[in-house]
Each structure stands twice: as structure tokens, then as C-alpha cells.
Design a protein around this ligand. Structure first.
Ligand SMILES: NC(=O)c1ccc[n+]([C@@H]2O[C@H](COP(=O)([O-])OP(=O)(O)OC[C@H]3O[C@@H](n4cnc5c(N)ncnc54)[C@H](O)[C@@H]3O)[C@@H](O)[C@H]2O)c1
Length: 392
């Protein structure tokens, strides 16, 4: 494990808890005291303040990168050098160029690689995605994902050089992969329109952003991200298709509501702003945030010699979309998504929105009225006129 901070500890709790046969054997942290403390907490025999030593340790089979964004590439290159399988937290890079270098390096080194996008492994996402894949929503027209909270917990996130961006990179990477998965990961993202601003925090990066991502098949994705939202961690997705709709609230309204005057007040859930009054605890955070299913997929795939659901390639595509979002926020125009490497479908066009009713008419809509008759709205193919038809 590289990094003993916020996500390193979430990962450790999950990967040592769930399958019970996985073990952290080597921990790297900058400071001796945090490396030792982590090693003690997770019963890890080897700790080091030297990243390469921690990676090269002979018992290490796979390296998990849980370091600040500007340290991902250095760590990935060391894994390539020592031919160690590697999984890295999000975002893969600070931009697509960095992500592309990491993708090419792991592929050249021939090592297993996984992209730790936990939010496409949450139980709610897995169930919803299965329904979408089975056609329960028909053709996906619009997929929206929101992640907003009051801002990250460590200094480096707020420094644009180390982090590579603000909330668009930090939180938008989750939303992009969620919506991209609903629309279809083999469908090419083509253009992005984005608004971004720094409304509250004294930082160079954006603390609020909203964007639309156009896909080649006519589907549209939307993300809403903020580091200025008050009230905790808001994680919500919406998917709209020709045959149905999905709404998911993953964190603030999970069906678990609690009131306390504050007696015995303790940790409630990630980014909760209060531990008194009405609260929205999360039953099993590791599971609800997808970490358990994510590590299952990573380790099972590695053992089978197969690629996991999320690889460095996915991390690269996400970075490319976010690069276009940043460009658009500046230019105020739709900006193309620049993908030097694209492994999905090419040349798709928007499907027709004309449904035949019969040889002479298109069907616009059918509806059961409150007065008990079924009504059809039809469009005459030759005149273009709209007509109502009442069915008995
Ligand atoms: N849901 C998620 O997937 C999720 C959530 C939070 C963070 N993250 C990602 O995890 C990574 C780490 O974030 P975090 O929240 O754990 O941060 P953190 O600040 O809590 O921990 C970072 C760790 O890296 C070490 N570190 C800091 N600066 C370093 C440097 N210059 N050189 C070497 N080590 C350094 C710190 O000592 C600490 O051990 C980031 O890429 C972040 O985007 C992912």
C-alpha cells in the first residue's frame, strides 16, 4: 500500500476485511510515524519511507496507489520497473497526457492494471447497471451524476499544482465514469460543454462545476460537482431511457435517519458536517461506497489473468473527457474530447426518433385517460399532421 492517509485506510479496511485472504504486506508513507502506525493498525510486517523499497519487497504481488494525484505517475513507473501488478486510485492522472503515459507504461511492461473507481462498484450501481444492460430502460438518453461535499480533507487537494485541478477533476472523475458506464463504455464521448467557477474558496482551481458530455450515439451525460456544498456528501445519479428511469441516492438519503441530542456523538459517515440533530448515517460505508466489490473484482481478475472492469484505459478516457471540460469552461464553447487512444465503437449515429404505428402513421404517444379511454397521438407520414385516435 502506497499512502497511509484517508483513502489508504478505507482501502485497507476493505481489502483485509472482505475476502479475508488478502493481506497488506508492505506500507509506504512519507513519515516514519504514519508508516509505523499504519503497519501496527493493519498488522503489516514491513513499513518504509522509501517508495521503491515498499514496492520491491519480495512478498508484494500487487501495489495499491493511494497517494496524492501528482505522485501517481512516479509510483506507476516504479511498479513497471519492478514488474508488479498495480491498481491506482482516481483520478488516474492530473490530465490525459499524464494518464496516457501511465497507460502505455503498464501495457508495455505487461503488468496487470486496475483503476479504482469505487462508485461503479456500489451495490446500488451494480443493480441499476444490470437493469440498464438488460434493457429495462430501453435506449439511454441522459445519465446524470452528482457528487458534492464541503471540500476535501488534506492540504494538497487545494493546491492546483499537486492536485491538477479542483472539484471537476476530484469529483467529476467519478461522475464521468458512472454516466459513461450507463451510456456504454464502448460509445465514444465526443464533445463537452462546461461551466466552472470559484465561488467560495480562496483557491486557484474551481470549487463548483457543471458539464454536459455528448456521446456519438446521441446520448447526453451530465455532471454536477462542488466543494462548496453544505450538508455532507451528496451522491446521486439519474438515468433516463426510452423505456424507463432510475434515480439513486447513495449517501444522504439511504433510508437510515437518526436524531440525537449529541450525547455519545461520534463519527457518522464520510464528510458528515454534524453529529447532532437529524443525521443520515450509512450502514456499511465500505460496502455502500463500492470498495468491497471493487477489490473483489480486482483480485479475482488478477488471479484469473483477466482485465478487471476498470483499467488504466478507463482512467485515461475519464481524464480526456475532463480535459475537454476544463477547456470548455475557459472557451465557453463545446470542446471536442481528444482521444489519441480509443478502443470502442466508431462512426455511430443518433438513432431515428420515428416509431412506426402502421404503414401510414408514426406513433407519438399512447395514454390511458382518467375517464377510462385509451388515446393515441399519431403523426401522418404523408401530411406531417398530428391526429388523436380514441380506442374503445
Ligand atoms: N473515493 C475515492 O476513490 C477516493 C477518495 C479520497 C481520495 N481518493 C484519492 O486518493 C489519493 C490520496 O488521497 P487521500 O484522500 O488519501 O489523501 P491523504 O492526504 O489523506 O493521504 C495521502 C497519503 O499520501 C502521503 N503523501 C502526501 N503527500 C505526499 C508526497 N508529496 N509524497 C509522498 N507521499 C505523500 C500522505 O502522507 C498520506 O499517506 C488521491 O489521488 C485522491 O484523489 C480517492
Amino acid at each position: 500500500m502506497l499512502g497511509s492517509g484517508f483513502i489508504g485506510r478505507f482501502y485497507a479496511e476493505s481489502l483485509q476485511g472482505y475476502r479475508s485472504r488478502d493481506k497488506i504486506v508492505s506500507i509506504y508513507s512519507r513519515r516514519e510515524e504514519s508508516a509505523k502506525k499504519f503497519a501496527e493498525d493493519y498488522k503489516c510486517d514491513h513499513w518504509s519511507t522509501n517508495m521503491e523499497d515498499a514496492i520491491a519487497h519480495p512478498e508484494v504481488e500487487i501495489v495499491c496507489i493511494a497517494l496524492p494525484n501528482n505522485k501517481h505517475e512516479e509510483a506507476v513507473l516504479l511498479c513497471c520497473k519492478h514488474k508488479k501488478a498495480v491498481i491506482t486510485t482516481k483520478p488516474l492522472g492530473r490530465n490525459a497526457e499524464e494518464a496516457k503515459r501511465m497507460l502505455l507504461a503498464v501495457e508495455q511492461a505487461g503488468i496487470f492494471n486496475g483503476y479504482l473507481e469505487d462508485l461503479v462498484y456500489t451495490p446500488k450501481f451494480l443493480k441499476a447497471h444490470e437493469s440498464v444492460k438488460n434493457g429495462a430502460l430501453g435506449r439511454v438518453l441522459w445519465a446524470k451524476s452528482r457528487e458534492t461535499h464541503p471540500g476535501p480533507h488534506s492540504d494538497w487537494f487545494w493546491d492546483i499544482e499537486q492536485a491538477g485541478g479542483g472539484c471537476i477533476l476530484d469529483l467529476g472523475c467519478h461522475c464521468v465514469e458512472i454516466t459513461r458506464s450507463y451510456i456504454g463504455k464502448d460509445i465514444k464521448p465526443v464533445e463537452v460543454m462546461c461551466w466552472a467557477d470559484t465561488q467560495v474558496k480562496p483557491i486557484e482551481a474551481e470549487d463548483h462545476g457543471i458539464a454536459l458530455i455528448k456521446y456519438e450515439n446521441g446520448s447526453i451525460a451530465q455532471f454536477e460537482v462542488s466543494w462548496t456544498f453544505r450538508g455532507g456528501l451528496d451522491l446521486r445519479d439519474e438515468v433516463m431511457g426510452t423505456e424507463g428511469t432510475i434515480w439513486i441516492n447513495s449517501f444522504l438519503r439511504t433510508g437510515f435517519e437518526m436524531f440525537t441530542t449529541g450525547k455519545g456523538a461520534d463519527y457518522v459517515s464520510e464528510k458528515a458536517e454534524s453529529n447532532t440533530g437529524w443525521l443520515f448515517p450509512v450502514g456499511d460505508e465500505l460496502n455502500e461506497l463500492g470498495y468491497n466489490h471493487m477489490f473483489m473484482d480486482m483480485f479475482n481478475s488478477m488471479e484469473k489473468g483477466a482485465a478487471p472492469k476498470e483499467t488504466f484505459y478507463d482512467g485515461y478516457v475519464v481524464n480526456a473527457i475532463l480535459d475537454a471540460a476544463y477547456k470548455s469552461a475557459k472557451s465557453k464553447l463545446w470542446e471536442p474530447v481528444k482521444l489519441d487512444i480509443w478502443r470502442g465503437q466508431e462512426g455511430l449515429s443518433k438513432p431515428s426518433n420515428y416509431t412506426d404505428y402502421d404503414a401510414d402513421y408514426y406513433l407519438v404517444k399512447e395514454e390511458m385517460t382518467h375517464y377510462g379511454t385509451k388515446k393515441l397521438i399519431l403523426k401522418n407520414k404523408s401530411t406531417g399532421k398530428f391526429e388523436e385516435r380514441i380506442l374503445a
